[in-house]
Unconditional design. Structure first.
Length: 265
């Protein structure tokens, strides 16, 4: 093969090889850290009981299967990580290792778009509501597996009873059984789905992604300002996705952030 053809073959092969290596490495490792120092935990595929009989929009409890493994942020996105990508800090409570908050859903999407561009792929996104609850439950079942036990919730979450009305640095509380910190409490976390109160009644049993459209986006997990009843694994909440839907200037919330999913392809 002439030298020029060999070079063209090599450079056309490198991107494909890099993608294959990325996917293979992700599938083999239980943890991954990206160039920003964001840590991710591998969540294996599986099935679980989603929802509860506590509130109408959590009904009915139903079996959901997640068909592919994925990586989920070990921690909520911090202000330091946000600043490296967005070069600003919208948070009310300031601190590099505090979770970023006062973030609209659309702003979280912009962070993810820039992060994908920086990392050279399109594998980062918000988790779906089903992926989030699957990861948060970490094998637990029932609507109040944690919040019914005040001591257990206190070990895992910053919420109204122990937060001092403020966010706290990520990772100070114990992780859940799959190694994820602050899945309950600290800040609410945006997920990908539109909100619809009756969606569970007709949602697909495998990899549900939420309604096709809507006006509100789902947030999960409760926050530093919520009591135990609102820091349940099945608890659903929602908010306007961006400032244009807000209806009032400056309607941001110091208890609303997000964590990032890294897909395995």
């Amino acid at each position: 093969m002439p030298q020029r053809q060999r070079l063209l073959f090599f450079f056309s092969f490198v991107p494909v090889a890099a993608c294959l290596f990325l996917s293979t490495a992700f599938a083999a490792d239980n943890a991954y850290t990206n160039s920003l120092g964001m840590e991710f935990v591998l969540i294996r595929e599986g099935c679980f009981q989603m929802g509860s009989n506590v509130l109408n929009d959590e009904k009915p409890p139903h079996r959901v299967c997640i068909s592919k493994p994925f990586y989920l942020g070990k921690f909520e996105v911090t202000q330091e990580q946000w600043g490296k990508i967005m070069e600003e800090n919208p948070s009310w409570f300031k601190g590099g290792n505090l979770p970023v908050e006062q973030v609209f859903w659309g702003q979280a999407q912009e962070f993810i778009r820039r992060l994908n561009r920086k990392e050279g792929h399109k594998l980062y996104r918000l988790p779906t509501e089903a992926e989030w609850e699957y990861a948060a439950r970490a094998g637990l079942s029932g609507p109040d597996s944690l919040s019914a036990d005040g001591a257990a919730l206190d070990r895992l979450a910053w919420y109204a009873q122990n937060s001092g009305n403020a966010t706290h640095p990520v990772g100070q509380k114990e992780p859940n059984a799959w190694g994820l910190h602050d899945m309950l409490g600290n800040v609410h976390e945006w997920v990908q789905d539109w909100f619809e109160a009756g969606y569970y009644a007709d949602s697909p049993p495998t990899d549900p992604t939420g309604p096709a459209s809507g006006t509100l986006r789902v947030r999960r997990g409760g926050s530093w300002g919520d009591d135990a009843n609102n820091c349940r694994l099945a608890r659903r909440a929602f908010d306007v996705p961006d400032s244009s839907a807000c209806g009032a200037p400056g309607c941001r919330f110091g208890d609303l952030g997000f964590r990032v999913l890294l897909a395995v392809e």
